[in-house]
Design a protein around this ligand. Structure first.
Ligand code: HEC
Ligand code: HEC
Length: 345
């Protein structure tokens, strides 16, 4: 709860700051970061931006099981949402980056993603009049590795959400905000489903690494956290995902193997039935949960209630439209800022 209040305060502060900057039309770290996030200038062949994989309408996740980088290169992991990371303690499915700044530069250089050495990315920005002007205004310096990372991370920190039917029910005490199915589903989430044992805290992730039974060393061979720590105990462990906006970030898991929340729930209900030879699975999932059909539906209803209203109503996003900067830079490829999609829950 405390954390929640802190997040709210941060959000209000960020939105407040953004509003001021819109008024003055002055760029901020976050608006500069937003421009960069949507700009393919950061990829080798200038075809891919961060937003190509972290799609705004999918809560900044990807709709593909694994994303496609430059030259049609397929990655090996599913693109997680880039939202609600202010409280995250590590980044990537295996937690190999410690800060958002450190994380932000990795996809640019990654040969499977944007494939552009950071030095080259920086020299492109230094050769671009618009970016030179914006970096000078925001950082009082030329674009460099550090300021590039700071700007991208500042934008990502604005992508917090806390206005879902669930939040309205639990934190604004509005018992009419959700259906009875959602309320029953939350009880299952906390009790029979044992989900809360791993998905806890204001973003439903404890920032821990756990093995839910998706590693068998054969077909499912991504050893996850083990790649970072080389501790045997970490084989097959991945960062516990946040469940915020989970309705719109399908497909699911580090490898994108489940297309729907029904598939996810059926998996948790009896993990061994879906992946018989899994190794090192968490003891919490040792026995089948024995959920009935109705309980599964209720659990799903609960998860759907975690969708931010921005994505439900067709309201305007509170992030800033990079089109604003188009005049300064008549470059063609700048994508338009987030356009929330209409979904019903
Ligand atoms: C080609 C697709 C692709 C592009 C382009 C891309 N990403 Fe990602 N992103 C991914 C994938 C896949 C992962 C997970 C990789 C892993 O865990 O090993 C990821 C992970 C992340 C995470 C970690 C989220 C978490 O929960 O830990 C953040 C933040 C992020 N990307 C931001 C960015 C930024 C900023 C850019 C642009 C500079 C970018 N991404 C470009 C595919 C992409
Ligand atoms: C033992 C800890 C643990 C338990 C118990 C657990 N989860 Fe998870 N959950 C995780 C981890 C870790 C991941 C990421 C695993 C991966 O990608 O391999 C995850 C991923 C997910 C995802 C996919 C997220 C995404 O963005 O792809 C959903 C949905 C989910 N869990 C829902 C649930 C529900 C519902 C329950 C209860 C029935 C539950 N979890 C119980 C640890 C747990």
């Amino acid at each position: 709860m405390k954390k929640y209040i802190v997040v709210m305060a941060v959000c209000i502060a960020v939105i407040g700051l953004q509003a001021t900057s819109i008024k003055n039309n002055e760029p901020t770290k976050a608006t500069l970061g937003e421009l960069l996030f949507f700009d393919p200038i950061l990829s080798k062949d200038k075809t891919i931006s961060c937003a190509s994989c972290h799609k705004p309408a999918a809560a900044f996740a990807d709709t593909l099981a694994v994303s496609i980088g430059v030259n049609g290169k397929k990655g090996s992991r599913n693109t997680p949402t880039a939202m609600n990371l202010v409280l995250a303690k590590s980044f990537f499915w295996d937690g190999r980056a410690a800060t958002l700044e450190e994380q932000a530069l990795a996809p640019i250089a990654n040969p499977d993603e944007m494939n552009l050495p950071i030095a080259e990315a920086v020299s492109r920005l230094q050769g671009n009049e618009q970016y030179k002007m914006l970096f000078a205004k925001v950082f009082n310096s030329e674009p460099n590795e550090k300021t590039l990372a700071l700007a991208l991370a500042a934008f990502e920190r604005t992508l917090e959400t806390s206005d879902s039917p669930f939040d309205n029910w639990k934190f604004s005490d509005d018992s009419t905000a959700v259906s009875d199915a959602v309320k029953r589903g939350f009880v299952i989430f906390n009790e029979k489903g044992k989900c809360i044992k791993c998905h806890f805290g204001s973003d439903f992730t404890a920032n821990e690494f756990r093995n839910i039974g998706l590693f068998d060393g054969k077909k499912l061979s991504d050893s996850g956290r083990y790649n970072v720590t080389h501790k045997e105990d970490d084989i097959g462990k991945f960062k516990t995902s946040s469940l915020r906006n989970i309705a719109i970030t399908a497909p699911y898991m580090h490898n994108g193997m489940f297309k729907t929340l029904d598939e996810v729930i059926n998996f948790y209900n009896d993990t061994k039935k879906v992946v018989p030879g899994a190794v090192n699975t968490d003891t919490l999932l040792a026995k089948p949960l024995g959920l009935t059909k109705k309980e599964k539906q209720d659990l799903k209803a609960f998860m759907l209630s975690l969708t931010d209203k921005k994505f439900i109503k067709n309201t305007k996003s509170d992030t800033i439209n990079p089109k604003k900067y188009k005049k300064a830079n008549p470059k063609k490829n700048i994508a338009v800022a987030p356009h929330p999609i209409l979904i019903t829950i």
